[in-house]
Design a binder for this molecule. Structure first.
Ligand code: UDX
Length: 433
């Protein structure tokens, strides 16, 4: 099939590359000329394991193309995926101007029946607006389908090629058939393609992210109670996770969720509910808990060292909002570091992938950047672990101790054993452990 993808952000690039990998001819469109030029040369602007290799192969095999022009991509396409950004506007709701502009350009350039697919995470009701906008700009037949994306950063390729499920919201059998054919190669293992109406598909994406965010905030509150009553959240997690109704995944307490999806989507659902005259109490609490949780590590530091941290120096391990990505959007690291700096401390950071991102977008020259995990530690009053990259999991704690001024560890992801560290002479702080 011939496919076009509008927007070469995370979702667009991964979807475009994976559809090319399954044998389709794919053209990705983006207005950013520099980005398109780099992509043509096989340079991937984000860090995502496996993506660059797959992209290069499909570019070399002439199945994957990049352009800044709609006229190079839309004519003759069977399906066009809209994967442009939906940044929150001033009141927190998703700004649809890019989505609707894409709908219009698709309509203006299509040459026959086309399935227009909403791939971006968009509020309920968007597909209707896309249909309306497109129909103002073409007389040709088309359908609009909602096909939310559930990929996780760091595991995006795998998630796309082997999805737990594919959700398709459509009111046209013809469009549903095109989508089934496109996704058939990815569901050979028997995982379902779930067909539904458009509004349900749009809400499914939000409900999934809202549920997952709720699990995290719930566990973070359990952790905060654990601290107060002398329980251990890791034990509680194992205790409840073995119940099949609860399940063991996504129950880790920590510094709160970040990234491009959960914070934005939780806010968007609260907003959608408000617009429908419904007060979504749980979800507002989920967000409030998360905001509080992002500050927790700083509060532990303050509790130990006092509120004036001038003259204190800290080593930070991990900047990205989670491991295996360089993404720092809504990363707890930014909150922790800014709070430390505001209290007068100095900070040296290390992250395997996110330091460029930190330097250019989030922290600038306010912190020092280490060249490896160990030299981040030199002379620090404590080590603060923020992101649980594998390379931080088993450090040589004797060597760590020699470099630190005082052997203190604040473990924001509960990856170290309190017992082992205390036996080695450390003072250890975890999240509910
Ligand atoms: C998420 C969804 O998983 C994905 O389906 C959706 O399409 C986009 O949003 P992503 O943002 O890439 O994906 O990250 P994810 O791995 O889900 O983690 C989200 C956040 O939750 C991270 O900040 C992570 O540190 C945190 N988290 C996750 C916890 O604090 N505890 C957990 O047990 C799991």
């Amino acid at each position: 099939m011939r496919i076009a993808v509008i927007g070469t952000g995370y979702v667009g690039l991964v979807a475009g590359t994976c559809f090319a990998e399954s044998g389709n001819t794919v053209t990705c469109v983006d207005i950013d000329e520099d980005k398109i030029r780099r992509l043509r040369e096989g340079e991937v602007p984000i860090y995502e394991p496996g993506l660059e290799e797959l992209l290069k192969r499909n570019v070399a095999d002439d199945r994957l193309h990049f352009t800044t022009k709609y006229e190079d991509a839309i004519p003759g396409a069977d399906a066009v995926f809209i994967a442009v950004g939906t940044p929150p506007d001033e009141d927190g709701s998703a700004d649809l101007k890019y989505v609707l502009a894409a709908a219009q350009s698709i309509a203006e350039h299509m040459t026959g029946y086309t399935v227009i697919v909403d791939k971006s995470t968009v509020p309920v009701g968007t597909a209707r607006k896309v249909k309306e906008r497109a129909s103002q700009h073409t007389k040709l037949e088309f359908d609009v389908v909602s096909n939310p994306e559930f990929l996780k950063e760091g595991a995006a390729i795998d998630d796309f090629l082997k999805p737990d499920r594919v959700v398709i919201g459509s009111e046209s059998a013809k469009a549903a058939e095109v989508m089934d054919e496109l996704y058939a190669p990815f569901v050979r293992t028997g995982n379902p393609i779930i067909h539904m109406d458009i509004e349900s598909a749009e809400l499914t994406k939000y409900a999934a992210n809202a549920m997952l965010a709720t699990r995290i905030s719930f566990m973070n509150e359990i952790a905060n109670i654990c601290t107060r009553v002398g329980a251990n959240v890791d034990k509680v997690r194992k205790g409840i996770g073995s119940d099949a109704r609860i399940g063991s995944r996504f129950l880790f307490a920590g510094l709160g969720y970040g990234g491009s999806c959960f914070p934005k989507d939780v806010k968007a659902v609260v907003r959608t509910a408000q617009n429908a005259n419904y007060d979504f109490k749980i979800l507002q609490a989920v967000e409030d808990v998360n905001e509080r949780q992002k500050r927790l590590l700083f509060e532990l530091v303050e509790g130990h060292f006092g509120s004036d941290l001038s003259g204190k120096h800290f080593a930070i391990w991990g900047l990205s909002f989670k491991p295996n990505t360089d993404d720092m959007r809504e990363a707890p690291a930014v909150v922790v570091i800014n709070a430390l700096l505001a209290a007068g401390a100095t900070v040296r950071v290390y992250d395997p992938e996110a330091m460029e991102e930190a330097k250019h977008r989030h922290l600038g020259e306010t912190v020092a950047y280490a060249t490896n995990p160990m030299n981040a530690l030199d002379g620090a009053d404590a080590l603060i672990l923020v992101t649980e990259w594998n390379e931080f999991r088993r450090p040589d704690f004797d060597a760590v101790k020699e470099r630190l001024k005082t052997p203190i560890v604040f473990d924001g992801r509960n990856i170290y054993s309190r017992k082992r560290l205390e036996e080695s002479g450390y003072t250890y702080f975890g999240i509910g452990t």
